[in-house]
Write a protein that binds this ligand. Structure first.
Ligand code: DHB
Length: 391
């Protein structure tokens, strides 16, 4: 098997890369260890930055999204018994955010790629990278069903195989930056009517809570929990009691309904100091992880592959490899801003038992500063809707 760009991983980074390369006339093949059903059924966050929605529409991939997504011009922050509406669109010259679940984006991208004749191999195992320091890199993998081993020869490899994939491990001598938070998130999906016209991020003494949505009749909510909690310890009654306590606001009611999905995730910040080595280029979670507060994961992955595929296009079209040589440096400038914002939202809004009472007061001052300073509110809004590209 041979292709121009071998892509490991069929998540947002790998799929969007395949679409962007296809549009540039560059052939790619995606290898994915999970089944298609697993990829399309994994529940993640659901917030798309302004420019990501524009890009998906430009690529002709946004039709169902524009029909089914929820569009939000603002968010609400809640703390110490008060609510603050941040008018994102007004603060950013009209930019809004779109709520559309990540796995719905993946379904649309997979269907469109296959309809275009794109090659995606699901359920392949034992993926290994070879020769990335030379000019003829390759990927070996095993078909899950037949057990047959194959080699994919390529010009370049995109490692979009997530935090646990093999790609990052192939970069020798890399520096890694990491922060693990001493709490997790319990996320639920439930059948219930909309409680509020926009997302509510709540800082509460009992811990953080987030109200978000999926459709007019399906709601998504998150609460801070212990990172080591087992989901069995959280009955539906206990989840609703915590949500009601943390989101409570005079004159407002949180609507409840049957919970049909619940899971716990840990919170982590992570950056791999180099996103390229030889002919291997990392994109998305394989190179960096953000805690979910602010939902930057998919958006950072999309930014990586936009930078990377433009650089690959310059190489194939004009034999210019300057942008490719600078990929890691260019991508990391935006990544670190996403890391900073996700860390800021997380620390400001969560109750952290490892912090001092002094630090807790600082977070309340940070929140109050958003109320009193249009500059502070604008800074949050610019990050939330998605930063401009400075590359
Ligand atoms: C969602 C998740 C987030 O972490 C966030 O900050 C906003 C929205 C979501 O799943 O809708």
């Amino acid at each position: 098997m041979r292709t121009q760009v071998g892509i490991i991983g069929c998540g947002p980074a790998g799929l969007l890369a395949a679409h962007l390369l296809h549009r540039a006339g560059i052939h790619s093949v995606i290898l994915e260890s999970r089944s298609r059903a697993e990829v399309e059924g994994t529940i993640r966050a659901g917030m798309l930055e302004h420019w990501v929605v524009g890009l998906l529409n430009q690529l002709g991939l946004g039709e169902r999204m524009m029909r089914e997504a929820q569009f939000h011009d603002g968010i609400t922050l809640q703390w110490a018994g008060q609510r603050l509406h941040l008018p994102l669109a007004e603060l950013t010259g009209g930019k809004r955010v779109t709520i559309y679940a990540q796995h719905e984006v993946l379904k649309d991208l997979i269907a469109a790629r296959l309809a275009d004749g794109g090659e995606i191999h699901f359920g392949v195992g034992a993926t290994a990278l070879h020769g990335i320091e030379g000019t003829t890199p390759s990927i070996t993998f095993r078909h899950g069903k037949t057990g047959a081993e194959e080699t994919l020869d390529c010009d370049y490899i995109i490692g979009a195989d997530g935090f646990h994939g093999p790609s990052r491990q192939a970069i020798p001598g890399r520096t890694e930056y990491e922060k693990v938070y001493p709490f997790g998130w319990l996320g639920i999906l439930c059948h219930a009517p909309l409680s509020h016209h926009e997302l509510i991020y709540a800082n509460h003494a009992r811990g953080f809570a987030l109200l978000t949505t999926r459709t007019p009749s399906v709601q998504r909510l998150y609460i801070q929990c212990d990172a080591t909690d087992r989901i069995e310890a959280w009955s539906d009654e206990r989840i609703w009691a915590e949500l009601q306590a943390r989101l409570a606001y005079p004159g407002w009611a949180l609507s409840q309904g049957p919970i049909f999905q619940k899971s716990i995730i840990p919170l982590r910040s992570f950056v791999c100091g180099s996103m390229q080595h030889g002919r291997l280029f990392l994109a998305g979670d394989s190179a960096h992880i953000v805690p979910p507060t602010g939902a930057k994961g998919l958006n950072l992955a999309a930014a990586d592959v936009l930078v990377l595929t433009r650089a690959l296009e310059a190489k194939y079209r004009h034999n210019n490899d300057e942008a490719l040589a600078r990929y890691s440096e260019t991508a990391l400038r935006r990544v670190w801003k996403g890391e900073r914002f996700s860390w800021y939202m997380t620390t400001m809004l969560h109750d952290n038992a490892q912090e001092t009472s002094f630090e807790r007061q600082i977070h309340l001052a940070d929140l109050d500063f958003l109320r009193t300073s249009r500059a502070a509110a604008t800074a949050l809004a610019e990050n939330y809707v998605g930063l401009d590209f400075d590359a």
